[in-house]
Each structure stands twice: as C-alpha cells, then as structure tokens.
Design a protein around this ligand. Sequence first.
Ligand SMILES: Nc1nc2c(ncn2[C@@H]2O[C@H](COP(=O)(O)OP(=O)(O)O)[C@@H](O)[C@H]2O)c(=O)[nH]1
Ligand SMILES: [Mg+2]
Length: 364
Amino acid sequence: MALQIGIVGLPNVGKSTLFNALTQSQAAQAANYPFCTIDPNVGVVEVPDARLQELAKIVSPEKILPAIVEFVDIAGLVKGASQGEGLGNQFLSHIRQCDAIAQVVRHFKDGDVIHVHDNVDPKRDREIIEMELLLADLQTIEKRMLKSAGEARSGDKTKAAYHALLEKIKPLMDAGALAINLDLSDEEKLMLQDLHLITLKPIMMIVNVSDSEIATFDENAMRAELGVPATTKIIPISAKIEAELVGFSPEESAEFLKDLGLKETGLHRLIREAFDLLGLQTYFTAGVKEVRAWTIKKGATAPQAAGVIHTDFEKGFIRAEVIAFNDFIAHGGEAGAKEKGLMRLEGKEYIVKDGDVMHFRFQS
Ligand SMILES: Nc1nc2c(ncn2[C@@H]2O[C@H](COP(=O)(O)OP(=O)(O)O)[C@@H](O)[C@H]2O)c(=O)[nH]1
Ligand SMILES: [Mg+2]
C-alpha cells in the first residue's frame, strides 16, 4: 500500500490544477506501478531523489524505481459539509483513508476565477476548512464520550484516563485547535488512535500564490498571515506555473524556472516535503536488475526495512549487508566499498539510516 496524501481546500483554490499537474508530469512513470490504486482522483507520484541516478551510473541497472506517494484530489469540502452541504460527508471517508493532509489555500488574485467566499483571504479559508474537519472529529469524540463516561465510572483506571483525555481535548478542539497541534504525549496520541481523528493526521499548508509572487515568497510573513504554528509546514506553489511546466522537457523546465528565479519545481518540493511530513526515509537496493528506493519510517530496524520488500524477508531475517550511500558512491560500488572494509554486517537491532544501500540475508 502506497502512502496517500489527501489534497483538501475550498472550491476554486487550485486543487485540481495542482493534482493534474502532479499526475500528468508523472503519467509516463505511473505505468510502472500496476499495484497502485486505480481511481481517477488518485495519482501515483514518484519521489524525486537524485541519488538514484548516481547509483544507476555505477550499477547500470535494467530499471530504476523511485519511492512513490499517492495524492488524492478530495472534492466536496465546503462550508457546512460536515452537516451535509455540498457533497456532504462523502469527503470524510476519503480523508480518513489518507495518511496525511495537504491543505491548499488561495493567495493568487484573478478576477476571472470566482472565490466562493467573494474575496481572497487564506486565513479565513483555512479556518473554514479546518472547522469542517474539526466538526467531524468532534462528532466522533462526543459519540465516544457517551460511552466512555459510563466506562470511567466502573473504577477501571485506564478507562477513566481515557475519558479524562477526551474531556481535556474536546474544549480545545471546540475552540479551533487541530488535534495534531495539541500538546499531546506519544502515549496520549496512542490512546486516541482508535478514534481515527482526521485532525490528528499530519497536515501541511500549500499556498497557491500568483506566478509573479512565487520567487519573493516570504514564509514568515505567510505564517503570520495564515496564523499557523511554527510546526506546520508551509509550501508556496503556483498551480498555474506547475500546469504550464507539464509539457516541458527537463531542459525547457530548467530554463523556465531559472527565468522565474526558482531552483526546482513546486511539485518536487511538495513531494519531498510530504515525504518528510510523513516521517519517512529511503534506503536503496542496487542490483543489475533494478536500482530501487524503498520507503520506511524513520527509526525502522533492519528486519522492518526488509519487510517492505517482502514479509518473508522480515520473518526469516538473518542479517543485512549495509553500505552507506556516500561510501558506495566514493568507492565505485559494492566491490570497492567492500575492499575498503566499508560493508557492514548488521543484525536485527540495526536502525536503518537514510541512504543505506542494503542487501538482506534471510532463510525462507
Ligand atoms: N490565475 C490563476 N488561476 C488559477 C491558479 N490555480 C488555479 N487557477 C484557476 O482557478 C480555477 C479553479 O481551479 P481548480 O484547480 O479547478 O480548483 P479546485 O476547485 O480547487 O479543484 C480554474 O479556472 C483554474 O484555472 C493559479 O495559480 N493562478
Ligand atoms: Mg477540483
């Protein structure tokens, strides 16, 4: 199952423009991933990683397979949606399936594109969207509290603590705080897991700015304008520019970006940041059949990393042969690194590092 990021926001903020740019610029590669969801609103997107090309230069593999994430264009979120307005509650089930949320707000001014709330005001738009997500969560919490209140009276300490936790977070969320922005311990987050709260998912803000403003974008000023905490990622993007870039060759894109004073496309940055938001990292396998990036959580052990390839690799894990990415490149590949004593044998406890080039030994 690929990780999914749901794109939410008011109508006409540029969600579909962005989604189409994401998926069209990647359409050719998407054919490599037949196991991914087939749904017009779900786009398979490769995580750009220049290290793959460096590995491929050394290994000359038949195929190069980057890590992927899926983006979902979630429509129908309007003011009152949690009470049945617009497409009503349909959006909820779509968001619940996602691992993280990318919220798009409109900052571009264009008189030809109507704003559903008349004027451009990203903070208000953010608050409208978040209120709908919060109302959905509050319904869940209130329903659960009817039961947990009774359970708390039974004398069971765990149940009492659970109810107390719901009593603590409800007024804060009533006042507009997303669950992810509450000061919760890891243990408290774990306790809330079974509620599948939408606002406990990691969330990033995508600000769709005018093409003329993208190069001079000031993140701190935008953070103040949006009123989001320092922990929230803010990513400027011009959906219009990204849409224009779709048909360009890499050389044309580079030229176009340079003229605008930009280093990389907004989509690239968005994908990288989303990957980071999810707390993910990459390790590689490098063989002549394929050079491939695999996605794991930061902190994953060697057997867990092996399990991403195949569950048998995890169950029968014996050890991993590991070469750090830089060592692999500096010494011209596996043989060279091995000769210098830079190939390590690691066991079950090994915490995989970003960029490790790995080979697993296992018994089946
Ligand atoms: N000027 C300008 N127009 C945009 C931009 N992004 C989207 N639009 C236009 O805004 C309208 C709504 O965009 P769409 O992506 O369908 O919004 P959605 O409702 O959020 O999916 C379309 O006419 C787009 O062409 C942008 O960055 N600049
Ligand atoms: Mg749309």
